[in-house]
Design a protein around this ligand. Sequence first.
Ligand SMILES: [Zn+2]
Length: 279
Amino acid sequence: MRRRRFLIGASLSFAAGPAWGQAEKPARFSVAGALAQGSLALGSAPRGSLVALDGRPLRVTADGRFAFGFGPDQTKPSLVTVRYPEGGGDSRAFTPAVRHYEIQRINGLPQKTVTPPPEVLARIAHEAETIYLARFTDSGGADFLSGFDWPAPGLESGVFGSQRIDNGVPVSPHYGVDMAAPTGTPIRAPADGVVAICDDYYLDGGFTLIDHGQGVSTSYLHQSKRLVKAGEAVGRGQRIGLIGATGRATGPHLHWAMNWFQLRLDPSLSTRKPKPDPL
Ligand SMILES: [Zn+2]
């Protein structure tokens, strides 16, 4: 009989349980992370393994590391299947812990950013498409393996997943973490990566997207100044921009987002250390 373990609750590391019908033999792969809705999961399998997520192949590093995300509202398990290089394999289901998201009302946003005028709709659509396409990138790098630092100090003025009501109008949930700090506060790369986009966008303001490999990316919105260029490799801790209030913002803050391909993730669930004190 094939047994699966359904995991509920936040655990920092999970060594998978019994294999195909072999009750006592532990699986030889593990998945680590918050294991909650909207979190990045990091897997480790023997060198040379093949890995699939829900039946679709995943990119795996030469030493058996892989990543995937749990959707912000995902309630079904994700099935990870690993085939070992010498034959045989294991399959395990991981169900993310359920989170409860807040409702947040934001007033005082520039009205032209809540209901943009018709003449900018094409520009907004083009910018959204550019970001969408960049997030398809499946590069071979694995810079995400180092974990992530908080990219800026500041008061956490917005949390991931909250239902936003902007100037009284319900908008899509807030898929990022807001760090409020004065304009000009440096933003630092939380991990190594390659800059995929660095541009001025209508809603996002000064916008930078960094590719950390295998579909894992982070982005930085509302910057007053951008200090890197598309195509540039950035190192962990490098200044990539300055906090600002450009685009759809009421005041200076960094909106920090993380994705696994198109899936929206909460970067605060992947940070290595507690968040820095507000300025
Ligand atoms: Zn935000």
